[in-house]
Design a protein around this ligand. Sequence first.
Ligand SMILES: COc1cc(/C=C/C(=O)SCCNC(=O)CCNC(=O)[C@H](O)C(C)(C)COP(=O)(O)OP(=O)(O)OC[C@H]2O[C@@H](n3cnc4c(N)ncnc43)[C@H](O)[C@@H]2OP(=O)(O)O)ccc1O
Ligand SMILES: O=C(O)CCC(=O)C(=O)O
Ligand SMILES: [Fe+2]
Length: 361
Amino acid sequence: MAPTLSTANFADPAEVTEFVVNKGNGVKGLSETGIKALPDQYIQPFEERLINKFVNETDEAIPVIDMSDPNENKVAEAICDAAEKWGFFQVINHGVPLDVLDNVKAATHRFFNLPVEEKSRFTKENSLTTNVRFGTSFSPRAEKALEWKDYLSLFFVSEAEAEQFWPDVCKNEALEYMNKSKTMVRKLLEYLGKNLNVKELDETKESLFMGSIRVNLNYYPICPNPDLTVGVGRHSDVSSLTILLQDQIGGLHVRSLSSGNWVHVPPVPGSFVINIGDAMQILSNGRYKSVEHRVLANGSNNRISVPIFVNPKPESVIGPLPEVIANGEEPIYKDVVYSDYVRYFFKKAHDGKKTVDFAKI
Ligand SMILES: COc1cc(/C=C/C(=O)SCCNC(=O)CCNC(=O)[C@H](O)C(C)(C)COP(=O)(O)OP(=O)(O)OC[C@H]2O[C@@H](n3cnc4c(N)ncnc43)[C@H](O)[C@@H]2OP(=O)(O)O)ccc1O
Ligand SMILES: O=C(O)CCC(=O)C(=O)O
Ligand SMILES: [Fe+2]
């Protein structure tokens, strides 16, 4: 049975860490004890809290692009333009069946509603594979302040491996979601590639842009003092592209490249939020932007999101594409092994756009 306020002393930081991180209760477990005040280690420094005056709710918005528009050139142009100016956009009529999205959202709730003993089978310490990991915050050992989020991270190796190791309550839905999204992902990559003079998404390019896939299930439970903490702190993704399914609650904010304001990404039913990741920024020599984003904690609703991180293969060497620098453009990034880049990302707390410095010349 989950401890209540009378059995656990959540004023003691060590007990909170033990309960949330080590025992696998996560922040969902903490939230469900009915805790009334945010434990100290979740209090973010003042400058990391998203205070309303920095948030532009009115005249700036990331583009919403209808992928079913018969004028394909117009769609491709809108996508490439958004990738350069925003690093973020939403797509509607993308061809992924809506029941696949509903099913993976239901599966996400099913996983997080499992008893702690079940979820704990997938913690770093207990998981039978490093490809399946249930955790909390981002990188608890590296963080001065923790983040109000639990996650299940599923790195795809093969259908057989997933069948054997992914949790039963969500594996079919997560696989279906990943597989049914691939046609849209290829289309997006084709459009983005053409604009970089990449003639076709052949086997080599496909492996470079989408050689590995990770699906995360994110759970942001109700938070007692949402203004003092964050769901996810400022970061950019290390993927080539991220395809994000969010529910109707909202809370994702993106840093506008033109104004520096934080702009809310309003939930649009049936849509995906797409963002450029660091790998694509590096491959495009900075033409496409991997942009800072963050998630607010919520005082009255639980929220879920399901990102698909489309990545190079871990062993791929990434650097500015030959097609991009063929015209004499100076490379601003060096070649790096992608898994070294990702390890560097996971080794430290979220720190906005700093990860990409790892690859700067
Ligand atoms: C969790 O909150 C998040 C997550 C994110 C994620 C944003 C992304 O863009 S994810 C896409 C990343 N790309 C890939 O995963 C594809 C390439 N993968 C690889 O190269 C490898 O799988 C690897 C990630 C480098 C892991 O290799 P492995 O040899 O198995 O190394 P490990 O020892 O298992 O891990 C090294 C180190 O990283 C931490 N870590 C690994 N996986 C995860 C994960 N899924 N989530 C969180 N942390 C992870 C792990 O803890 C290890 O550190 P230790 O200190 O524990 O040893 C964005 C925002 C978020 O809030
Ligand atoms: O939950 C969200 O809306 C975004 C999560 C995110 O940025 C991530 O998992 O990398
Ligand atoms: Fe992200």
